[in-house]
Design a protein around this ligand. Sequence first.
Ligand code: CTP
Ligand code: MG
Length: 229
Amino acid sequence: SRYFALIPAAGVGARMSAGCPKQYLPLAGKPMLRHVLDTFAATPEIAHTYVVVSPEDGYIADVLSGASHLFDRISVIYHGGATRHQSVLNGLRAIGGQVGENDWVLVHDAARPGLNGELIGKLVCELRDDPVGGLLALPVVDTLKRGDGERRAQATVSREHLWAAQTPQMFRYALLRRALEQADAVTDEASAIEALGLQPKLVEGSPRNLKVTLPHDVALAELYLKGIA
Ligand code: CTP
Ligand code: MG
């Protein structure tokens, strides 16, 4: 079976509240999304990469223009939805003709520019013979509190066995599509798979693979991308 990448990039970046959707912010010399596309395009295991953008997107054409190394490696799907869940599902429906039932799909956030070929290789290597699939994730390092409505700590939650989910999340096409068709309001692919009673494998990711969400994440992402940290 082959490996495909699907990049949801149809968000508005409300929490970043920049002048444009955050995936198009310049970061260490190129737009955030371009880092992600360059990484997948340069990974030989990946047969093709699909990026899902909003039907009204006015930025992706510029990001791709002049990038001749991406032309036959990346396709754009102008069918983002109201949620990440919907954008991924629209993307999966759109690629049904090009991807086999048993082919693997690596779903990766456009907002995680720190992914590199080494992490993709690690994920693929650990999951290629797995019956379910899985995701990159990081063991939680903080002491966790359950707060009440008044912001009073009610309890300390053990971090033992707790992981923070990252992407890529890698599942076979037919299983992933079925899981997302049946799930309601999930924030990642693994939750939809879990809802079917299956257990996605947790593969240790990296802090470099952070999701750029708030303005202060930009500086840290840039340090990683420039190789300073
Ligand atoms: N995403 C998407 N379609 C949506 C919402 C999100 O494709 N309707 C994508 C984003 O572009 C991003 C990834 O899903 O690559 C993770 O989402 P998030 O970090 O929440 O991005 P935004 O939704 O854009 O940010 P915010 O929630 O702050 O508005
Ligand atoms: Mg969001």
